[in-house]
Design a protein around this ligand. Structure first.
Ligand code: PMV
Length: 304
């Protein structure tokens, strides 16, 4: 039996723009998914614990692509998600990375720290898996699921660790129903095709916000980071990927003292994040009073 885990993620700044080559900043959520794998006559995969937004056929196609990429024979895999699917917290990439690691653990157990060669095999397999679900993923989710920690990412440069100057507290709420990343990425592509200049300006600005966010993280300027998050949310509204419920959840967080708030992930539903000024208590209370499931997490310096 092979077994492994992988991180979920929140995108602090830069979703959608990252698909078009701009930068984004992401933070891993520890233990996003766990997987077990064993040899079997035929391949099959089951996802327990949380519902997924994908149909069975897509899941099986993604698993086949992953096994092919790892040159693995038929396997049976079982996945447990610890973050809700379809909410922008990187559940599908966490599942893909955990499954790839579990299959490799089955084929060639290698205890201890993951070697660079192994990590690159895991990432390739997770990208193959993600392409089945999302068509044209930037790769940020699979990279975050593999590395964890906080990093800035672009398609051309890949990941680069961000040394967060001081611990920062983030609050996360599931503010709206799950949505499909593929649908939302297609929506932005259609909008861009109809208004290329305006949308390219919005996307470029989002990339600038992400780079400014890295500086704010490195300098320990949470107020600046919060302002960047608020502007990023406004840019995502211009891309038409926010919803009334996501906007409301951001508004409630700001009214409860958040330094900034935005949707996270592809939007159309799912989660919002808020940067807390010291304590998360008032923000979580505000969200709970509106019936939202929520939690908080601490953003710490990371080293890859
Ligand atoms: O999978 P989600 O919903 O967290 O979105 C991923 C971020 C996008 O930029 C919208 C897509 C991508 O491939 O980077």
């Amino acid at each position: 039996m092979g077994r492994a885990s992988a991180s979920g993620k929140v995108i602090l700044l830069g979703e959608h723009a990252v698909v078009y080559g701009h930068s984004a900043v992401v933070v891993g959520i520890e233990n996003g998914a766990e997987a077990h794998a064993e040899h079997s006559q035929t391949s099959s995969i089951a996802v327990g614990t949380q519902t997924t937004t994908s149909d069975r056929q897509t899941l099986e196609l993604a698993f086949a692509a992953l096994l092919h990429c790892l040159s693995a024979g038929p396997c049976r895999a079982q996945v447990h998600l610890h973050v809700p699917a379809g909410c922008g917290l990187g559940a599908s990439a966490a599942a893909g990375v955990a499954v790839a690691r579990a299959v490799l653990d089955l084929l060639a157990p290698a205890p201890g720290a993951e070697s660079p060669a192994r990590r690159s095999a895991v990432l390739d397999a997770a990208h193959a898996w993600e392409r089945v679900f999302h068509g044209n993923p930037s790769g940020i989710d699979a990279t975050a699921a593999t590395l964890g920690g906080c990093f800035v990412f672009s398609r051309a440069a890949g990941p680069s660790s961000v040394a967060v100057a001081q611990p920062l507290r983030l609050a996360v709420a599931v503010a709206d129903a799950p949505a499909s990343t593929r649908t939302m990425v297609d929506r932005v592509a259609r909008l861009r095709a109809s208004e290329p200049e305006r949308i390219d300006r919005v996307l470029a600005r989002i990339g600038e916000l992400a780079l400014a966010g890295c500086t704010a993280l490195q300098r320990g300027s949470p107020a600046d980071l919060g302002a960047l998050m608020n502007e990023n949310h406004a840019s995502l509204q211009q891309l038409t990927v926010s919803t009334t419920r996501l906007d409301d959840a951001c508004g409630w967080a700001r009214a409860a003292g958040a330094l900034g708030a935005k949707l996270t992930g592809s939007g159309g539903g799912g989660c919002v994040i808020a940067l807390c000024d010291q304590s998360s208590e008032r923000i979580l209370q505000a969200w709970r009073s509106h019936g939202l499931a929520c939690f908080d997490m601490i953003l710490r310096p990371s080293a890859h």
